[in-house]
Design a protein around this ligand. Structure first.
Ligand code: CA
Length: 248
C-alpha cells in the first residue's frame, strides 16, 4: 500500500494575528483600480500589497504570509485562472476572483480553477469589503479545524472525522478506511466545498519517491466513495480539475 505522509498544510495558516486584520494581495493590472482597491481595503486596517501581473502574483503568494488574494481575471504574463492553477498546487490561500466578463461560464471556470468566491466588475467596494470579511471569518474557522492542527474532531454533513483516534463515521456507522483514505477524507471534511486538484492531492498525500500519477488519486477517490456508500454525490468530480466534498 502507498506510504502516507501527513498533510503539511500549516503554511496555509493566516499570517495575521486575528481575523480582523489580514495581509491582502491585490492583483490588478489597471493602475487606477489597483490603487483604489488598495486604498479602500487599507481603511479596514488590512495590510495591502498591490501587484500588476500574474507572474508577480504567484511569486508573492509562494513567498508566504498572504491571508487573502483579490485576483483579476485578465492579467498580463499569466491570467487569473493560470495564477489559480499554479497556486492551488501548493496553497489553500483564499482567493476572490474579479471578472469583467461576468458570464456564468466564466464564474464556473474560476470556481473550478480553485477560486473561493468571485465578484463581477465594476467592483462595489462595500460588497467587496463584506465578501472579504466573510471569507476571512471562514478561513479562520477552517484553519482552526485544519488537519495540520491535529486533534479536533471535524464534522461535515453526516460525516465525522476524529484524527486523534483515527476514527471516521458516516451517519453513525464506522468507516473502515486505509490510512491514505483517512487522510483524504480528513482533508475534504476540513475544507467542505473546496476543490482540490489532483496535483495538490498528489503533492500533499504522497511522498516524492513514490511512482504515482493522477490516476492513482482517481483510484483512491473511487475506493473512498464506495466506502462512503454512494457513487459520486459526496465526493464530486470537478471535471478537468479534481475533487470536492459536497455537503448538502
Ligand atoms: Ca485586468
Amino acid at each position: 500500500m502507498a506510504k502516507v505522509s501527513r498533510p503539511a498544510i500549516a503554511s496555509a495558516r493566516p499570517a495575521a494575528e486575528h481575523v480582523g486584520v489580514a495581509n491582502i494581495l491585490v492583483v490588478e493590472d489597471e493602475p487606477d483600480l489597483n490603487a483604489l482597491l488598495c486604498e479602500q481595503l487599507a481603511k479596514d486596517g488590512h495590510r495591502i500589497t498591490g501587484v500588476f501581473d500574474g507572474i508577480e502574483a504567484v511569486r508573492r503568494i509562494d513567498a508566504g504570509g498572504i491571508d487573502l488574494v483579490l485576483l483579476d481575471w485578465m492579467l498580463p504574463l499569466l491570467d487569473g485562472p493560470g495564477v489559480l492553477r499554479e497556486v492551488r498546487k501548493r496553497s489553500l490561500v483564499p482567493v476572490i476572483m474579479l471578472t469583467a466578463r461576468g458570464t456564468d461560464l466564466d464564474v464556473v471556470d474560476g470556481l473550478e480553477a480553485g477560486a473561493d468566491d468571485y465578484l463581477a466588475k465594476p467592483v462595489h467596494i462595500r460588497v467587496l469589503r463584506a465578501r472579504i470579511a466573510a471569507m476571512l471569518r471562514r478561513a479562520g474557522a477552517t484553519d482552526r479545524l485544519h488537519p495540520a492542527n491535529g486533534a479536533l474532531v471535524i464534522g461535515a454533513g453526516n460525516i465525522r472525522v476524529d484524527p486523534e483516534n483515527r476514527f471516521a463515521e458516516r451517519a453513525g456507522r464506522e468507516l473502515e478506511l486505509t490510512p491514505l483514505e483517512f487522510e483524504l477524507l480528513h482533508l475534504f471534511c476540513a475544507n467542505p466545498g473546496r476543490t482540490f486538484s489532483r496535483d495538490f492531492l498528489l503533492e500533499r498525500l504522497w511522498s516524492d519517491d513514490e511512482d504515482v500519477s493522477a490516476r492513482t488519486v482517481d483510484t483512491h477517490i473511487q475506493r473512498l466513495r464506495k466506502k462512503l456508500g454512494d457513487a459520486d454525490t459526496t465526493l464530486q468530480t470537478v471535471w478537468g480539475v479534481g475533487y470536492r466534498l459536497r455537503v448538502s
